[in-house]
Design a protein around this ligand. Structure first.
Ligand code: SAM
Length: 217
């Protein structure tokens, strides 16, 4: 069992206060961030940074997203318990844990085998059990579609058509789209088969690889 002591809970409460000041309003999102032990996702040497509002390296050249970014994307999804959610880019599993904590049924896909294996082993040990998939998430997971919500946690050059197709009627997708350095956060909503798009601030994600991303692996 991971140790979650008084000090860590205090640091987590401060992080929640910080996110509130930065404009996160959804109480369910804030409650989930207040519950998931982010320090459990860090190596011992980096533990002191676990509750800073910063992204951090998690190995394999990848990062655990900044808490503000996690909160921002999650808030825009308007998660309801039992929503079926697809996450592209499992990474450390922190974002998936937040979604599971909020009662969603989560399907998460990762393109890097080592990360997939590591997180698939680790996350259930914290009590968070999304469905783990290995592969190119830019194509979605056709066999499990449609999804009420889709969250892309890597920067895409365009909105992958496969993801639009796999979004349920009334569904919401949140996805950063732009160049390799910086992306604009887009919220896509599907109503009566039609897509509407809302644009938000710029963020900086690692690139979405794969067929409908930047290519490569
Ligand atoms: N959501 C993660 C978390 O909570 O730690 C952070 C994700 S990290 C910023 C982006 C992740 O997307 C990396 O782990 C990367 O390997 C993965 N990725 C990139 N392209 C992908 C693709 N086509 N399919 C699935 N995962 C991909």
């Amino acid at each position: 069992m991971i140790e979650d002591n008084y000090r860590q809970r205090g640091l987590r409460n401060n992080l929640v206060k910080k996110l509130r000041l930065k404009g996160i309003l959804d109480e369910e999102v804030l409650a989930a961030i207040g519950k998931v032990p982010r320090h459990a996702f860090f190596d011992d040497a980096l533990l002191s940074h676990a509750y800073e509002d910063k992204a951090f390296p998690i190995g394999e050249g990848q990062t655990i997203s900044q808490p503000y970014t996690v909160a921002f994307q999650t808030e825009k999804l308007r998660i309801r318990p039992s929503d079926k959610v697809l996450e592209i880019g499992t990474g450390s599993g922190y974002q998936a844990a937040i979604l599971v904590e909020m009662g969603a049924k989560v399907y998460t896909i990762e393109f890097q085998k080592k990360l997939y294996e590591r997180t698939k082993e680790f996350l259930p040990s914290l009590g968070y059990k999304p469905y783990f998939f290995f592969g190119d998430g830019s194509k979605g997971i056709l066999s499990k579609a449609p999804f009420d919500k889709i969250i892309v946690t890597a920067g895409a050059p365009v909105i992958p058509t496969a993801l639009i197709e796999q979004l349920a009627e009334g569904g919401i997708m949140i996805i950063p789209v732009g160049d390799r350095e910086k992306q604009m956060m887009l919220k896509i909503t599907k109503r009566n088969g039609k897509i509407t798009q809302e644009e938000f601030d710029n963020f900086a994600f690692v690139p979405l690889l794969g067929e409908q991303g930047w290519g490569g692996k």
